[in-house]
Ligand binder design. Structure first.
Ligand code: TYD
Length: 205
């Protein structure tokens, strides 16, 4: 029987460890015979990588709405060129950040209008939604130590900003309990992976 494709997203504030977990999950799934694709936003392939460079390393002024549109532009490219075709081929797409990042960072963090961002997210994805989303929740103090001294443009936005982002994710999770699962990411990598696997197995069964 052909396996159905799924779209699983990994979310959380900077330093939450989601990239490590998304790679562990990919290996776990591949070992069990699933075909997977790992991608990220911003900047999976091609044009997206150029947009990522602008978003994370442009050192001039970036208007908040311009920032939002760049993330959205990258998203529409990722969905059309990579996510949709892979899902149609029955693969499991693992995406490191997606629509909830825009709501948490540009909405709760920067203060842009959340309803409008939801509308724009929908426009960028053509209405496609993740089947399952993990939010790795970590205290902002721990997260900042994990990020280290070499910070990109977003990571340099300050502790108050990152606290708002974290709370934003928790709000999103409260509103969409079926899709969004919060994992305590203050724990060790191994423990966080165990908690992630439990939810993943339930979802796949
Ligand atoms: P990420 O790839 O997680 O950074 P890193 O490679 O350092 O782990 O994410 C890049 C940054 O972009 C991160 O600070 C979150 C931010 N971001 C937004 O503000 N809005 C968005 O819609 C997305 C996708 C990311």
């Amino acid at each position: 029987m052909a396996k159905k494709g799924y779209f699983i997203t990994f979310e959380g504030a900077d330093g939450c460890g989601k990239t490590t977990q998304s790679k562990l999950v990919q290996k776990y799934l591949e070992d069990r015979g699933y075909n997977t694709v790992w991608t990220r936003e911003p900047g999976s392939i091609g044009l997206g990588q150029k947009i990522r460079e602008l978003l994370l390393h442009y050192d001039g002024d970036v208007a908040p709405r311009c920032e939002a549109f760049l993330f959205l532009a990258d998203r529409s490219q990722n969905i059309e060129n990579l996510v949709k075709p892979a899902i149609q081929q029955g693969k499991i797409v693992i995406c490191d950040r997606h629509t909830d990042s825009t709501i948490a960072y540009q909405g709760y963090g920067r203060g842009e209008n959340i309803e409008q961002l939801e509308y724009l997210n929908n426009l960028a994805t053509g209405g496609m939604k993740p089947d399952l989303t993990f939010v790795f929740d970590v205290s902002t103090d721990i997260a900042m130590t994990r990020v280290g001294k070499e910070k990109d443009r977003m990571e340099s936005a300050g502790i108050e900003f990152h606290k708002k982002v974290r709370n934003g994710y928790l709000e999103i999770a409260k509103q969409e309990t079926d899709r969004v699962k919060v994992i305590n990411a203050n724990n060790s990598i191994e423990q966080v992976f165990e908690d992630t696997k439990r939810i993943l197995d339930e979802f796949l069964n």
